[in-house]
Design a protein around this ligand. Structure first.
Ligand code: ADP
Length: 512
C-alpha cells in the first residue's frame, strides 16, 4: 500500500462534527465498526480498513457531512448497501477514509407502472424493490445480479449486470439526484428543470448528459436514481444448452452473437464453466479430496454427477407466446447448425403460473456459496475484461485466462456474457482467506491477468479496490490522456479532494 492509499485529515474532528449532525447512534467509530465496514472478502482486512462510518438519512445529512469532511480534510467513501463483494464490499481504496453509509436512505420514491420505471434512494435493496413489485402484482419486472443482496442504485452505478433483458443496469439509469462535494444538489437530465415530469423518461434532455458521469466515478454522492424496468411479458420460454469441451467457447459465442445483434435473443446469454456451477452445489472436497489443481478427469466426474457440460448456458425469451415461439425455433435451428446440444426442451411459462418459474429477475443469494469452494473462510475476487463479441478474440481471452489460472494453481471459473457487440467475461477467483499460499497465488494471478489482458488489447470494466490504479493505468491511449482528464474533472468538482479518493484510479490533487 502506498502512502497515497492512506487517508489523511482530522478524523476525530470529523466524527465530533458528525455526532452533532446525526446523533451518537449514526456514527460508527469503534474497532468493531471499523472491522464491520472493512472488505469481508479480503485476505488482509486491515489493508483497506476505514476509520469508521457515518449513516445519513437525508440529503441534508449528506450536505452537512460533506461540509464537515471538507473542514476536517477527511476522505468520505459513499456506499449504498455496501455489498460490492469481489470488488471491495463496503471498504474504501484509502485505509482510514470514513464510509458514508447511505443504506438508511431507503425509500422507493416512485414506481411508474405505465411508463416503466422506478425511482429509488441508494439504500433500496433488490429484495425491497422486489417485495414492493410483488405487492403490486409484478406490474414491472426487475433485472437482478447473481448475488442480489446489494442495492439497486449501487449496483447500477458500478455497471452491474444481470441475465435479464434489462441486464445492463447502468444503461437503464435515467435521471439522478446527486450531491456534489461542495454540497450543491444537482438533478440530471430533464430533472434540471424544477418539477419536470420527464425526468425519468428521457435521456435526451437539453445539454450534456451526466448520468453516466456519476457511474464508477467519485464526482458526487447519488441520493436518488431513476431506473427503467421491463414491462411484464405474457410468456417466457427457456432452453438450457451445454458444450462438452473448453474450446467450444468459440462456437458458443459465434452462435449467440448474431442472435443478440438481431434481437432474437434479448438478454446477455452467458456461458458458465462447470466449476462455477459446481461451487454453488458443494465444496471442492465434497467432490474430490486431492490437492492442487482439479484434474480434468475429476472435473469430468463432477460434470457427469451434476449433469453439466464444460460450458452451460440458458437462453430466455420474453414476449407474447406466438412471437417467442417463432424466436425459439430460430434459436434451436442456430444451436443445431452450430452442433450445440440442448439439455432438454424449451420450458414455457405463461402469465398466472408460478412466478418463481417466470424468468423475471428474482433476488437470491445462493450463488454466494461459491466462496466455500476451497473450504475455510472463503472469499472471491472478480476479474472482468470486456472484448468485442468476436468469437476468435473471446476464445483467445478464455485460453489466456485459463492458462494463467492453471499456472497459479487456481481452478478456472469463468462466465462469458455474450452481447451483440460486446462480450464480458466475469472470471471468479475463489480462495480460502486464511491461506497465505492462496493469498500469494491469487495476487500473482490477478496482476498477471491485468498485464496479459492489457497486452492483448483489452481492459476490465470494473475492478477490486486493490487494483484500481493498475487497471486505470492500462487505459493508456495518448500517454494516459483519460486518467489526466478524469483527474482534471475531479479537481474542479471536488477541489478539497474529499470524495472517494482513488476510486477507479481517479485522484484529487492533494493525493497525486
Ligand atoms: P451494492 O450494495 O449495491 O453492492 P455498494 O453500495 O457496495 O453497492 O456500492 C458499490 C460502489 O459504488 C461503492 O463502493 C461506491 O464506490 C459506489 N457507490 C455506491 N453507491 C453510491 C452512491 N449513492 N453515490 C456514489 N457512489 C456510490
Amino acid at each position: 500500500m502506498s502512502a497515497d492509499h492512506i487517508a489523511t485529515g482530522d478524523v476525530e474532528r470529523f466524527f465530533d462534527g458528525a455526532r452533532t449532525i446525526l446523533g451518537e447512534d449514526r456514527v460508527f467509530a469503534t474497532e468493531i465498526d471499523r472491522k464491520a465496514y472493512s472488505d469481508q472478502m479480503a485476505f488482509d482486512m486491515s489493508a483497506h480498513q476505514p476509520a469508521g462510518a457515518v449513516a445519513a438519512r437525508s440529503v441534508e445529512d449528506v450536505q452537512r457531512l460533506l461540509k464537515a469532511a471538507g473542514e476536517a480534510k477527511v476522505s468520505l467513501w459513499p456506499i449504498s448497501r455496501g455489498k460490492n463483494f469481489g470488488y471491495g464490499g463496503t471498504a474504501p481504496v484509502q485505509a482510514g477514509a470514513v464510509i458514508l453509509d447511505l443504506s438508511q436512505m431507503n425509500r422507493i420514491v416512485e414506481i411508474n407502472e405505465d411508463l416503466g420505471y422506478c425511482v429509488v434512494e441508494p439504500g433500496v435493496g433488490f429484495y425491497d424493490l422486489f417485495d414492493e413489485l410483488e405487492r403490486r402484482g409484478h406490474p414491472l419486472w426487475m433485472s437482478v445480479p447473481g448475488n442480489a443482496w446489494g442495492s439497486v442504485a449501487g449496483n447500477a452505478l458500478e455497471r452491474g449486470v444481470g441475465p435479464q433483458s434489462y441486464g445492463d443496469h447502468a444503461a437503464q439509469i435515467c435521471g439522478m439526484e446527486v450531491v456534489l462535494a461542495d454540497g450543491t444538489v444537482l438533478r440530471t437530465g430533464a430533472g434540471a428543470m424544477k418539477d419536470n415530469p420527464a425526468w425519468h423518461t428521457t435521456r435526451n434532455s437539453y445539454g450534456p448528459g451526466w448520468d453516466q458521469v456519476f457511474c464508477q466515478s467519485n464526482y458526487g454522492v447519488v441520493t436518488r436514481l431513476g431506473l427503467w424496468l421491463m414491462p411484464p411479458p405474457p410468456a417466457t420460454m427457456s432452453l438450457s444448452l451445454q458444450m462438452p469441451d473448453p474450446d467450444d467457447i468459440e462456437k458458443g459465442i459465434a452462435m449467440f452473437q448474431p442472435l443478440r445483434l438481431r434481437g432474437l435473443i434479448d438478454h446477455d446469454a452467458a456461458w458458465v464453466s462447470y466449476v462455477g456451477i459446481a461451487s454453488y452445489v458443494g465444496t471442492r472436497s465434497s467432490f474430490w479430496k486431492g490437492d492442487g489443481l482439479l484434474p480434468e478427469e475429476e472435473g469430468a466426474k463432477i460434470r457427469q454427477q451434476l449433469g453439466l457440460g464444460w460450458w452451460n448456458a440458458e437462453v430466455n425469451l420474453y414476449g407474447p407466446e406466438e412471437v417467442i415461439a417463432a424466436k425459439a425455433r430460430m434459436v434451436s435451428a442456430a444451436a443445431r447448425e452450430a452442433g450445440i446440444a440442448a439439455a432438454g426442451d424449451w420450458r414455457v411459462w405463461r402469465e398466472g403460473q408460478d412466478f418463481a418459474l417466470s424468468k423475471s429477475g428474482i433476488p437470491g443469494t445462493a450463488g454466494m456459496s461459491m466462496v466455500d469452494w476451497y473450504g475455510g473462510r472463503g472469499g472471491h475476487i472478480g476479474f472482468s475484461p470486456v472484448m468485442p463479441s468476436d468469437p476468435r478474440l473471446a476464445a483467445e481471452q478464455f485460453r489466456r485466462t485459463r492458462a494463467l489460472y492453471e499456472k497459479h494453481g487456481v481452478d478456472y471459473y469463468g462466465a462469458f456474457g455474450v452481447g451483440g457487440r460486446q462480450t464480458v467475461a466475469v472470471n471468479e477467483i475463489l480462495y480460502n482467506r486464511d491461506s497465505a499460499d492462496h493469498r500469494n497465488r491469487v495476487t500473482a494471478l490477478f496482476e498477471e491477468l491485468i498485464r496479459e489482458t492489457h497486452a492483448a488489447g483489452f481492459g476490465e470494466y470494473r475492478t477490486h479496490i486493490d487494483f484500481m490504479d493498475q487497471v486505470a493505468a492500462t487505459f493508456d491511449f495518448n500517454d494516459h490522456a483519460m486518467v489526466r482528464f478524469n483527474n482534471t474533472i475531479k479537481d474542479v468538482l471536488d477541489p478539497a479532494g474529499i470524495l472517494a479518493p482513488g476510486k477507479q484510479g481517479i485522484w484529487p490533487a492533494r493525493f497525486r
